[in-house]
Design a protein around this ligand. Structure first.
Ligand code: GTP
Ligand code: MG
Length: 175
């Protein structure tokens, strides 16, 4: 089910509808590489996108969508935790937060989980275009309170694409 060519992988994690697939599309400059939707819970499986034959972007299904039946929630946990725990080609995860909402309970659970398992991660503060300047700064400050520096991003304006690429490239080089 997962690729076996052992290329390094970058995973995209976050709540349902936060903009994981949109970030992948913005980073690759391909509008429809990863399927995006205004219907939460669109990405249900783990999707691997091979980039330049050099590594994979891994689009994981979102969490925290209230209307998911319990059985499916368990499936999600099994699938995602199995991937995050065992996958030795995974180099870095991008934990994506909505700048308007900051850290929510499930995000903090995931952050602690990644830290406990020694998994390196970047924090992306997305949909920043939806906030006016002063609220952007307030949102970013709130995210910093958990001891991480967020990378501001907008799929609409393209803000942050270069900085996120630089951060990803750095983690791919050092491991
Ligand atoms: N304004 C704005 N809208 C965004 C941004 N990123 C994503 N969206 C919108 O948010 C919705 C969800 O985006 P997706 O990329 O499908 O989100 P996802 O996290 O992949 O969602 P699931 O796969 O369902 O978990 C879509 O309607 C996007 O157009 C952004 O930076 N700014
Ligand atoms: Mg998606």
């Amino acid at each position: 089910m997962f690729p076996t060519d052992r290329l390094p992988e970058v995973a995209f994690l976050g709540r349902s509808n936060v903009g994981k697939s949109s970030l992948i599309n913005a980073l690759t400059g391909q509008k429809r590489l990863a399927f995006t939707s205004s219907t939460p819970g669109r990405t249900q499986a783990i999707n691997f996108y091979r980039i330049d034959g050099a590594f994979y972007f891994v689009d994981l299904p979102g969490y925290g969508y209230a209307r998911v039946p319990p059985a499916q929630l368990l499936e999600w946990k099994k699938l995602v935790e199995q991937y995050l725990e065992k996958r030795d080609t995974l180099k870095v995860s991008c934990l994506i937060l909505d700048t308007r909402r900051g850290w929510m309970e499930k995000d903090l659970d995931l952050k602690r989980w990644l830290e406990y398992h020694g998994r390196p991660y970047l924090v992306i503060a997305t949909k920043i275009d939806k906030l006016k300047q002063s609220d952007q700064e307030r949102g970013l400050r709130a995210i910093r309170e958990e001891g991480t520096e967020p990378l501001p991003f907008s799929a609409v304006t393209g803000r942050g694409v270069r900085e996120i690429w630089q951060a990803i490239a750095k983690t791919l080089q050092t491991r």
